[in-house]
Design a protein around this ligand. Sequence first.
Ligand SMILES: NC(=O)c1ccc[n+]([C@@H]2O[C@H](COP(=O)([O-])OP(=O)(O)OC[C@H]3O[C@@H](n4cnc5c(N)ncnc54)[C@H](O)[C@@H]3O)[C@@H](O)[C@H]2O)c1
Ligand SMILES: O=C(O)C(=O)C[C@@H](O)[C@H](O)[C@H](O)COP(=O)(O)O
Ligand SMILES: [Zn+2]
Length: 383
Amino acid sequence: MSGRAPEVVRVATAAPYDVTVGRGLLASVPDLLRRTLPGVRRVALVHPEPLGALADDLAARLGEHDALTVLRLPVPDGEVAKTVTTAERCWTALGAAGFTRSDAVLTLGGGATTDLGGFVAAAWLRGVPVVHVPTTLLAMVDAAVGGKTGVNSAAGKNLVGAFHEPAAVVCDLDLLATLPRAELVAGMAEVVKCGFVADPAVLDLVEADPGAALDPAGDVLAELVVRAVRVKADVVAGDLRERGGDATGHPGREALNYGHTLAHAIERAHDYGVRHGEAVAIGCVFVADLARRAGLLDAAVAERHRTVLAAVGLPTTHDATPFDELLATMRVDKKSRGASLRLVVLHALADPRILADPDEGLLRAAYAATGPAPGEPHEEEAP
Ligand SMILES: NC(=O)c1ccc[n+]([C@@H]2O[C@H](COP(=O)([O-])OP(=O)(O)OC[C@H]3O[C@@H](n4cnc5c(N)ncnc54)[C@H](O)[C@@H]3O)[C@@H](O)[C@H]2O)c1
Ligand SMILES: O=C(O)C(=O)C[C@@H](O)[C@H](O)[C@H](O)COP(=O)(O)O
Ligand SMILES: [Zn+2]
């Protein structure tokens, strides 16, 4: 996409919107806002503190626009900011500024910021428009698209939130140039997830040249972003509110939660101090092994999880957090129904299904198999 025109992916829900993927797109944000939200006079720019210089740049561009004024809402960096306390600080600032329904929220940041800013917009005056400008790979391919917004709480990950679709999403791939390598790698977990649940060509691309897949200036990464956004757009258009699948057995939007039941439990057990993408990678390896043990998934496809995720530098083993602690959290996952634990598994590549109430012995065996390598301390081998 170096010299290519931006790609536009339409999310065809009841209130359709476009996700634009390309380079040098930051400059187009003021125009896009005017076209998409012609009545808006003010924008509240939510961004993490470390992205202050980038936010200055965007605010200046917006300020040049005669009809738009900018209210800056810097928030603490990363997952720790994804709390109702930070959201409340934002609402207080919106109140002080007399922010009305003819104003909009604009987020600039990673998934923690798009989730938080989206939730601030969803709840303020019962919903003001939001536009996302994601700055991490993970937020471009996943968090900024689809309208899930929310915050973490002591009870669990993302348990407080709302569905609130953006009016537009702008993915400027040039912004990835400054993203730390570990964050780029973490984002690749959601890309690979899309490969397993819906678009195996993603896996072929990553396996063919993992280095190229992780080059933020290259065309392979651009292609992967577009493919992952298409997967998300297609799934979300069919089941925005995660009501469930259809007669074919496809689980609808829950498919995008592949690997997330264990991942969210790992994140909570570590007080949200691990990268979401890294936890998702471990969760995918775990659930693939579970499906193999349950006789649902071919061993080669299960093993492919380990190899493709490792090829891009993602972790494929957990740190031996006691499984009982994780299992208790897994049971309060949003996919649970009553006492029933429900996980997304694969029956084959691009064939996601729900596995309800898996045998606990199988769960424990799959968790043990996803543990540290032999020789390292291992929960199940402890005396
Ligand atoms: N709503 C959804 O559908 C959805 C989907 C997937 C993930 N999520 C959520 O997204 C969050 C994870 O998002 P994330 O991985 O983007 O993490 P993040 O938002 O915490 O960002 C990671 C780090 O990268 C820095 N950063 C961001 N952009 C940068 C840039 N261009 N240059 C330099 N540094 C930059 C941030 O300041 C931060 O330190 C989790 O809370 C997860 O639950 C939501
Ligand atoms: O968009 C979805 O639906 C997803 O499940 C995408 C996930 O990658 C994302 O982490 C999402 O926030 C998890 O959703 P949750 O409902 O389990 O909080
Ligand atoms: Zn995720």
